[in-house]
Design a protein around this ligand. Structure first.
Ligand code: ATP
Ligand code: MG
Length: 572
């Protein structure tokens, strides 16, 4: 496993590795001690995506953690859509998220929830805060409100509307709900402390006016709760015991607790934070991913170069590989950036024992076996997996005309090149020993074919007399090879920290997609199942793309056999 490093900040390095190895982490430690001390009877977690984009690798970490904790401790995990911003949210995203969580191997059972299920209750609680003098309607225009908020070093100023009477606040809030005011005219704010050192406690906004149709509640509402007002209360309604989120929300925790403190909620959830997943050569922010799609830099949310679960699945990565990757990364509070090569390793380690082997030639070079009778072919047996006889075998065709990779031949080979060159004998996998006798070139001097001979006594690729060959090549037979398009992917970004010096999209790798047409593959690959990776021997893992049609095979490279990126980068 090359490049399997978790790069971390100055704290917590040892801890993260230990956590990944044992399958334990500080969140599980907290849950365990809460259960042992009887602070909770049974653990209830939730995964709360906002349906404003597709799920990505970062979400996979959160899903595996939340659902994994519930599984490990016999509790349950809810899927809750945080659908409080109808302007950005779409049904298509809701559907994709459910599909992706299921694909990753988790099930919420009866517990599919939406923040919008609680709009009426949240509204009542907003009135409750008004009634207890802890919330007020503010007419301050947005810009002035921003100015009054102060800065990290200066306290904010009280809004002139902060002293409105309870009755006036109730009246205005009800009229906000009734649709009397345009977008942005007024907001409802909590009355906490404009001088607080925590900006989140400087009278945060609880409701804003948004005349927008909601995917679920339609036009029933024209005021919508903010994330902060919806989240903890939704947790409380659902009986969530451990509300696990990423560290950006650490500063929101006092506000989370303030609502729970000041509202008649049915349970008292607690928020815990962990470090979000960051990956080299990758962006994991929906803002950027949305731009990649909208601006056409990729073919869609499921483009195989995207770090979305849909893209990764399309590339042929099995869900088990993602779960294994997340397990290896572990859960910690320390900031870290994970080498994307670690994902590739998890994919290889997951696919290697299970992926069936096939032969496919990406850049074909013709071999003519001169001592093989014209018009004749024969069947040979190829094992589907070298370490697993239960995977069975298949028949492949051998004949006078074959194809090998162009890169497996060199006219003037350097010392360590053991593959085909004039006079050199090699083994064709599951086939015969062949020797290169003559090079055929076109008028430009390009090599177009090799004339070879084969040793009939070496059937199956076995040496007839103990003589050794130094290379085994994959190949296909002209008689039944099938044309295919193969899409090779590399990193979407050309620097490990896209965006570090400006706009991340300026760091796009213009060579992230390489489409090879005219590849030749063995006929068994016509039955390849979409999205299920097989190993093209010596070339890597590949999966049929959904663009495949009966007359047009299309394969995506899931991952190469080893990490070649570092070497490519090192080239002068
Ligand atoms: P983004 O920053 O990509 O827009 P988000 O946090 O806005 O992500 P949500 O749909 O709100 O996206 O996220 C749902 C859950 O997934 C949240 O609990 C969030 O903390 C978690 N999550 C999002 N990104 C990551 C990440 N990179 N690593 C771990 N967890 C993440
Ligand atoms: Mg979010």
């Amino acid at each position: 496993m090359e490049n399997d490093t978790v790069r971390t900040g100055t704290t917590g390095t040892g801890r993260e590795v230990a956590a990944a190895d044992t399958g334990r982490d500080f969140i599980r430690d907290i849950v365990q001690s809460d259960l042992e001390a009887g602070r909770v009877q049974s653990v209830v977690t939730r995964f709360p995506p906002e349906p404003n984009g597709f799920l990505h690798l970062g979400h996979a970490k959160s899903i595996c953690l939340n659902f994994g904790v519930a599984q490990d401790f016999g509790g349950r995990c809810h899927l809750r859509f945080d659908d409080t911003n109808p302007v950005k949210e779409e049904q298509a995203f809701i559907d994709a998220i459910q599909r992706d969580v299921h694909w990753l191997g988790f099930d919420w059972g009866m517990h599919l929830h939406h923040a919008s299920d609680y709009f009426e209750q949240l509204y009542e609680w907003a009135e409750h805060l008004i009634g207890t003098g802890k919330a007020y309607v503010d007419d301050t225009p947005p810009e002035a409100m921003r100015a009054q908020r102060g800065t990290l070093t200066e306290p904010g100023q009280n809004s002139p509307f902060r002293t409105r009477s309870i009755d006036e606040n109730l009246d205005l809030f009800r009229r906000m709900r009734a649709g009397e005011f345009p977008n942005g005219a007024r907001v409802l704010r909590a009355k906490i402390d404009m001088a607080s050192g925590n900006m989140n406690l400087r009278d945060p906004v609880l409701y804003r006016i948004l005349h927008a149709t909601h995917p679920r509640t339609g036009d029933a509402w024209c005021i919508y709760p903010t994330y902060d007002f919806a989240h903890g209360q939704s947790d409380a309604i659902e009986g969530i015991t451990h509300s696990v989120c990423t560290l950006e929300f650490e500063d929101h925790r006092p506000l989370y607790d303030w609502f729970i403190e000041n509202l008649p909620v049915p349970s008292r959830p607690h928020q815990y934070e962990f470090a979000r997943l960051n990956l080299t050569y990758t962006v994991l922010s929906k803002r950027h991913l949305t731009r990649l799609v909208r601006e056409g830099h990729v073919s869609g949310w499921d483009d195989p170069r995207m770090p979305t679960l849909a893209g990764i699945r399309r590339r042929g990565v099995p869900a088990a590989a993602l779960r294994e990757f997340v397990r290896r990364v572990g859960v910690a509070r320390a900031y870290s950036v994970v080498d994307v090569a670690m994902l590739d390793s998890a994919v290889r380690d997951t696919l290697n024992p299970v992926a069936e082997r096939r032969m496919a030639v990406l850049r074909p070079l013709k071999l003519i076996i001169e001592n093989y009778p014209e018009g004749q072919t024969e069947k040979l047996t190829a094992m589907n997996h070298p370490d697993n006889p239960d995977a069975g075998s298949r028949e492949i065709t051998f004949g006078r005309e074959l194809y090998v990779e162009q890169e497996d031949f060199m006219e003037n080979p350097p010392k360590k090149f053991f593959r085909l060159s004039p006079g050199r004998e090699v083994r064709l996998r599951w086939g015969y020993f062949v020797t290169c006798r003559e090079i055929v070139k076109d008028t430009n001097g390009t090599v177009v074919a090799l004339r070879c001979t084969y040793d009939p006594a070496s059937k199956g690729g076995n040496s007839p007399d103990g003589r050794k060959v130094q290379a085994t090549l994959h190949w296909v037979a002209a008689a039944d090879a099938v044309q295919a398009e193969v899409r090779l992917y590399s990193h979407l970004f050309n620097r490990p920290d896209p965006g570090a010096d400006g706009d991340a999209l300026d760091d796009l790798n213009p060579q992230s997609l390489d489409v090879l047409t005219g590849c030749l593959v063995e006929p068994a690959l016509q039955c390849a199942r979409i999205g299920e990776a097989v190993q093209f021997e010596r070339n890597g893992y590949f999966a049929a793309d959904p663009d495949t049609r009966p007359d047009r095979l299309v394969f995506n490279r899931t991952v190469g056999l080893r990490d070649t990126w570092a070497k490519v980068q090192a080239r002068p």
